[in-house]
Write a protein that binds this ligand. Structure first.
Ligand SMILES: C[S@@+](CC[C@H](N)C(=O)[O-])C[C@H]1O[C@@H](n2cnc3c(N)ncnc32)[C@H](O)[C@@H]1O
Length: 275
């Protein structure tokens, strides 16, 4: 099993969308960065690896605490974004284009972190065993991942609104298949980390809200069409997003609060372990 399909995905149109939306996504995902930082508590001088770092927001936050951060990601366009950002705010931070399931760091990490970057491995046990080998003895692991789609209103609401336009209801992913919700089940995460040799595995629910980007309902609807599970379904089923947009705009208008903001429930796990 290799990660070719995900590597192609994150270097293709999806990676380009994440590049275009990098700043809006970071604003939207900021609460989860704070949640990982609270769990990870990076200290000045620590060597830290950020797995699936994307545009590098978490690596840069860790560097802001005085740690020596390296971000690893398979996506060349997203690593370019991360390097551009680091040049301005944290020039000592390194970013590497590599598959985290095979990559070996130059220095063993005291701390390994990730915001939504560890659910895409074809063989997660092998990947987390390799990640553990890159940790110093007693090194800490702290990451955030999504709980199941059904608990994540921000991802489910757009799919429900678009349902009349889909060729078929989106198929639930094969159990264990890589994807944003692959780590939805607590027992699954516990088994993967334990088989990969991690100790003291702690998995805690963390509930928050996502404020979807967009100053107007049509802008928020466009974002829903661009990023997230609905966007994946549209490309898998070869649909015309324009035909779905009006239904999404109506749904967003129904969901928005008095100030016009669309804030929806987000359900995650904060996962911690020791090498
Ligand atoms: C949902 S994005 C999260 C990006 C970033 N952590 C953030 O919070 O903005 C998932 C990231 O994981 C990366 N990724 C997927 N498979 C990977 C692998 N095998 N090794 C390293 N990175 C991977 C993708 O390229 C993508 O940037």
């Amino acid at each position: 099993m290799d990660n070719t399909a995900q590597i192609d995905y994150w270097n293709g149109a999806a990676g380009q969308k994440w590049v275009r939306d990098a700043d809006r996504l970071d604003k939207m995902l900021r609460p989860f960065l704070d949640a990982v930082m609270d769990a990870a508590k990076p200290k000045a001088g620590e060597v830290v690896t950020d797995i699936g770092c994307g545009g590098g927001a978490l690596s840069l936050a860790v560097a802001g605490k005085g740690a020596i951060a390296t971000g690893v990601d398979v996506s060349e366009p997203l690593i370019e974004v991360a390097r551009r950002r680091a040049a301005v705010s944290a020039p000592g931070t390194r970013f590497v284009v590599a598959d985290a399931s095979e990559w070996t760091p130059e220095a063993a990490a005291d701390l390994i972190v990730s915001r939504f970057g560890v659910m895409f491995f074809a063989d997660p046990v092998r990947a987390f065993a390799n990640i553990r080998k890159g940790a110093a003895p007693g090194g800490r692991l702290a990451f955030v991942c999504w709980r199941p789609l059904a608990e994540n209103e921000w991802a489910l609401a757009p799919i429900i609104a678009a349902m009349p336009f889909l060729r078929e209801a989106p198929k639930p992913p094969e159990p264990g298949a890589p994807g944003p919700f692959a780590f939805g089940q607590r027992e699954h995460i516990d088994r993967i980390l334990t088989e990969a040799g991690w100790k003291d595995v702690r998995i805690s629910p963390w509930d928050g809200q996502i404020e979807l980007p967009g100053a107007t309902a049509p802008e928020t609807a466009e974002f829903m069409l661009e990023i997230g599970p609905l966007s994946r379904t549209i490309s898998e089923q070869g649909l015309d997003p324009e035909k779905i947009k009006a239904a999404l705009v109506a749904r967003v208008e129904g969901l928005a609060d008095a100030e016009g903001r669309t804030r929806l429930k987000a359900a995650t796990w904060i996962v911690e372990a020791t090498a």
